[in-house]
Design a protein around this ligand. Structure first.
Ligand SMILES: *Cc1c(COP(=O)(O)O)cnc(C)c1O
Length: 351
């Protein structure tokens, strides 16, 4: 067979994104992808129309999500996960080889991945020592179309000063979109910028049902934006963005009972997280626990390698983050009480 070499040169140079699933691992306790640990209850699906393309599904889902988020249905676009929202923003707003985005590392990896695929420049304005936004450095950048702010931030687990975000929004008004990734906002609803949607045309929010809603396997996410941005996003969105089974499950998961259950589980996880952090606080070998408002915690160890090996040995799969500032850290998703007790046991044996 003849070898082919036809791809875009900048694509040729890329490495595939290493998701938690791709990295894989062996174990019984999965604390590496910030999923909820609670199994879902059975649901019934009406499949009678499945010989037709889906249509109404997304409309109903978008209306239900709008009601949940306190917005109008025309401000909501339902997509294949928050990741698709990030990708579509890059494609719609960044001209290949010309425009750039700002990220503040350490942060979620997909902003960089989608920018690389689009051949958009990535300007990293690292977080300050206490993991806050470096506002003066962000405002000093040029040629920017999108500013990605993950709030609360993955993998550090903290949220950013609201005034800082508002300063950035004001500065970039008319110049760049400020995209707030609120993937974990259900764990700290007061931190949401959704109430500012009415004030800033350049504010875009990204949300997901993969985390607090416990539906990672269904992979439904949302882009929330005002009409000018939404008009552009509709041009680049796929004609059938959600398969109907996903739309039906998303819709059922947004009714009153389901959102009540979601909030209850969010509270449970927050309590387990606080006990976990307390247990870590004065443990030998732990040098820092970053205060978290999410369902995961970033922990620094004196001997990260030995800690990692001990966890693997015990069947605990957590996450190491490939970032120079985090070489001594492990990110733990908060699992069940039993799972976190097991982690504590492993760490205690080490210390
Ligand atoms: C998990 C995660 C996403 C991806 O969400 P999906 O809806 O599953 O694609 C986006 N942003 C952040 C910060 C995340 O942690």
């Amino acid at each position: 067979m003849k070898k082919i070499n036809l791809s875009n040169p900048h694509i040729e140079a890329l490495e595939p994104y290493m998701s938690a699933r791709r990295i894989g691992g062996k174990g019984e306790v999965w604390l590496n992808a910030n999923e909820l640990p609670f199994p879902r209850q059975p649901m019934s699906l009406d499949v009678s129309d499945y010989h037709r393309y889906p249509d109404e599904g997304p409309d109903l889902v978008q209306a239900a999500y709008a009601a949940y988020a306190g917005l109008q249905p025309n401000q909501v676009l339902a997509l294949r996960g928050a990741d698709e929202a990030i990708d579509l923003l890059l494609r719609a707003y960044c001209q290949s080889g010309t425009d750039g985005i700002i990220i503040s590392s350490p942060t979620y990896g997909m902003y960089q991945v989608c920018a690389n695929i689009q051949n958009a420049a990535v300007i990293d304005v690292p977080l300050t020592e206490d993991y806050q936004l470096d506002v003066p450095a962000i405002l000093a950048q040029e040629g920017i179309k999108l500013v990605f702010i993950c709030n609360p931030n993955n993998p550090t687990g903290n949220s950013f000063n609201r005034e800082d975000i508002l300063t950035i929004l004001r500065f970039f008004e008319g110049r760049a979109l400020v995209v707030i990734d609120e993937a974990y906002i259900e764990f700290c609803p007061l931190e949401s910028l959704v109430s500012e949607m009415a004030n800033f045309e350049n504010l875009v929010l990204v949300r997901t049902m993969s985390k607090a809603f416990g539906l990672a396997g269904v992979h439904v996410g949302y882009l929330l934006a005002n009409e000018t941005v939404m008009a552009i996003m509709r041009k680049v969105s796929a004609p059938y963005p959600l398969a109907d089974p996903c739309a039906q499950i998303a819709l059922q998961s947004l009714n009153e009972n389901a959102t009540q259950l979601m909030n209850k589980q969010v509270n449970q996880i927050s309590q387990i997280r606080d006990s976990f952090c307390e247990a870590l606080a004065d443990m030998q070998g732990v040098t820092n626990v970053v205060p978290s408002v999410t369902n995961f915690v970033l922990v620094f160890f004196t001997d990260n390698e030995a800690t990692w090996e001990a966890l693997i040995e015990a069947g605990v799969v957590a996450r190491r983050i490939p970032h120079s500032r985090l070489s001594e850290a492990i990110r733990f998703t908060i699992g069940t009480i039993e799972e976190m007790a097991m982690v504590i046991q492993v760490l205690k044996r080490l210390s």
